[in-house]
Ligand binder design. Sequence first.
Ligand code: 5AD
Length: 346
Amino acid sequence: MNFTKQDLSNIHKFDDDMLKAVIEADNTIDKDLFELADEVRREYYDNKVYLRGLIEYTNYCKNDCYYCGIRCSNKNAKRYRITKDEILDVCKTGYDLGYRTFVLQGGEDSYYTDDMMCDIVSSIREMYEDCAITLSLGERSYESYKAFFDVGANRYLLRHETADNNHYSKLHPDRMSLDNRKKCLYNLKEIGYQVGSGFMVGSPYQTSDNLVSDLRFLQDLQPDMIGIGPFIRHQDTPFRDKENGTMELTLRMIAILRLLFPYSLLPSTTALGTINEGGREAGIKAGANVVMPNLTPIKYRGQYELYDDKIYTGEESAEGRKALEKRLEMIGYRVVTDRGDVNKLK
Ligand code: 5AD
């Protein structure tokens, strides 16, 4: 199937077969697709790129996802936990560097009880009234999510990973379920969080029909943020010999997401920067409008290894912000330090 730029501007009206044809089209489609995505992003967010300071506060995880380097059965992973004081120190450094969103991301680690998380969140909230607090700590009960929200958390990131049950069961052990994941996402919305979901591109066994299901699920959920990145194998997982996802398909999916969710906050992810030098900039050009530099204390940074060769010392690090800013300016974007809340009002 051939698509003109005019056709693609109506992508929100496409049926499943047509969406699949866009996903599978050859690369001649990308110029139009990226241009359209960039136009739509500028309508909603101008040329602004929002910053989130990422704090990977624990790499302990009770889950055993087949793709992930910090899965519990990876005995080679060197585990760490960051204390409340260290987290607050990191926030101070981040604040001074201009970050106005802190993202606390970790494995599913029950060491951090609800009370501990509430204590951490409320301390950050007290000290940094003008900042957004984003949590990303996996599946918890409605009550836990509500408690975190009530003490000051504003946003929550929980990728659905894949919206197809059969595919989900090829990526996760039986004790995890897509239904519960979805339930968590709807709970978070109900509580009042700005919610982020997303999926990996090119994960093992993924088909383009699966990607269409991901888009349809997201249309139902209507998330504020959507995080996607290429699957990258990790040597200590059952998927060590699987093919990596590609930058090309990830960029195309970013552009499609921008067109289907014009208001969304879309990060150009570390995985994209890892798979390809310049991947992050390419993501921004294809419609992404968020970058999440790493604020985790250097001594732990290498240990949050979800996949092989994860980058963490250059422009994706908090310290590399100036360099990142320059590179994005060169391609016509402006890194800003506002909180960068979702713009659904347009
Ligand atoms: N490759 C790419 N992304 C991964 N994630 C976990 N493992 C990998 C991997 N091997 C992603 C998951 C998770 C997010 C924090 O990182 O989508 O939700």
